[in-house]
Design a protein around this ligand. Sequence first.
Ligand SMILES: Cc1cc2nc3c(=O)[nH]c(=O)nc-3n(C[C@H](O)[C@H](O)[C@H](O)COP(=O)(O)OP(=O)(O)OC[C@H]3O[C@@H](n4cnc5c(N)ncnc54)[C@H](O)[C@@H]3O)c2cc1C
Length: 531
Amino acid sequence: MIDRPVEPVDLFIIGGGINGCGIARDAAGRGLSVTLAEMNDLASATSSASTKLFHGGLRYLEYFEFRLVREALVEREVLLRAMPHISWPMRFVLPYHKDMRFESDTPTSRLLSYVMPWMKGRRPAWLIRLGLFLYDNLGGRKILPGTTTLDLVGTPEGAPLEDRFARAYEYSDCWIEDSRLVILNARDAEARGAAILPRTKVVSAAREGDLWRVETHNSENGETRIHHAKMLVNAGGPWVGDIIQTKVRLNSTEGVRLVRGSHIVTRKIYDHDKCYFFQGTDGRIIFAIPYEGDFTLIGTTDAEHDDPSKPPVCTPEEQSYLLDFANQYFRETLSDADVVWTYSGVRPLYDDGASSATAATRDYTLKVDANGGAPVLNIFGGKITTYRRLAESALEQIADHLPNATGPWTAGVTLPGGDFAVDGFEALVSDLQDQFAFLNAFWAHRLVRAYGTEAVSVLGTAREAKDLGQDFGATLTEAEVLWLMTHEYAYTAEDVVWRRNKLGLRLSPEQITTLDTWMAAQRQAMSKAAE
Ligand SMILES: Cc1cc2nc3c(=O)[nH]c(=O)nc-3n(C[C@H](O)[C@H](O)[C@H](O)COP(=O)(O)OP(=O)(O)OC[C@H]3O[C@@H](n4cnc5c(N)ncnc54)[C@H](O)[C@@H]3O)c2cc1C
């Protein structure tokens, strides 16, 4: 074991999901010294398994979660401006039908069954319109268009749906490439001085007077290290409770409720670029979203998940539930044969004692524990959409412990590659194609979506496609993989094809193995060169 003393840092963050990386970026930009340890790849847990929406959460209005919805609605546009490559506006079509029902225990459904008992749990159209009115007006909307009503008869939006859906509402939210959001926050944190340590597990943390002594184990090189920090941040997501109980050993009664959510990806099932918001007869909702050009994303589910160490997978029951749900709306019947991929994640929700998984709050709770020496901040819950505000609140909560930190700064500051106008995407694509004439439309779009203004750096001085080195398939080249390995912490083929991009949907298993073998050889060459 190597017990190498490392200078104490201000903040040691456990967890490289969106909350850990968002806090690392914010803290580093305030002049604090920061180390972040992630036991696997960055964004390898919940933060790459979301529905990928920057959204206010229309359904949370039924739970009277006005604080959360307002904060998230305001954030949509703040975030969109800071990252117009990985986030973009989307329109959501909400078909209306008289059989749509509430989940029976929402405050709204209880109120409605008291004043309008004859509705028997149905969601009336005027209530949906009222919800959308609030959604349009709670959050200082400037860029995104507001709600409209839509005739589904004879329109592209109505074409894939069964005839009984004649009317719909259409409203706005935004898409976000969730795993890239995490990576870009980590990169920006590092550029501002933070140390980002992927594949580094925190095995224990103990108070030593005014400092934390943190022991980490690196799965890449087998090295064990001791770090010292003035403050600890537990951003372990689904493991937040495990870290409290078994790594930091705090005497805390706070807990998380683990709720699994699964998605299925099918071949593309309709032609336009809008999403659907489907309401079920069980009171739940699911989305159907155009995905990666040739696919449709359908989700999600809510199932209790008892153990964070059990990798979440979409069960056959969850897959059938999603297919049956979508089949209540789509004209074409979907079956298991249409499913090309599934993924699943675990929501680390603050345990507020709610009766059902669907009802548990999606808001976040931050708890500082300074009993007995150096402080620790535990993070429960949170949405991708509120990560920047969560980081600001976290820094505000710990300000007394770290008085040298400067003030909030992240609103309005772009992430790497995001320094262009919200409506400037197509112009950037065409500039890239002018500069690199060998790029076809798919390739140029993909690169600008992933890297924004940095796409030129990924391509370097290439004049023809072969200048980019080995072609791994689906436009993935050696030059891009090297960029991902040297700038974006990618280590294995899985990191590349499922988290830095989604080319796993287009590459064969053999192509992915070839990439993995090439990356392993490259890692060896890099570490030899560094010796
Ligand atoms: C199905 C689903 C759909 C969702 N959809 C949306 C959506 O559309 N919009 C939205 O805003 N939000 C959405 N969310 C919520 C959002 O994804 C989560 O709130 C967010 O990703 C949580 O991030 P996190 O950083 O707290 O956790 P995580 O991303 O899980 O990160 C925690 C990290 O800590 C690491 N870790 C744990 N223990 C240790 C240790 N001992 N040492 C080192 N590292 C450790 C883990 O490996 C993990 O990477 C969704 C969630 C789910 C599950």
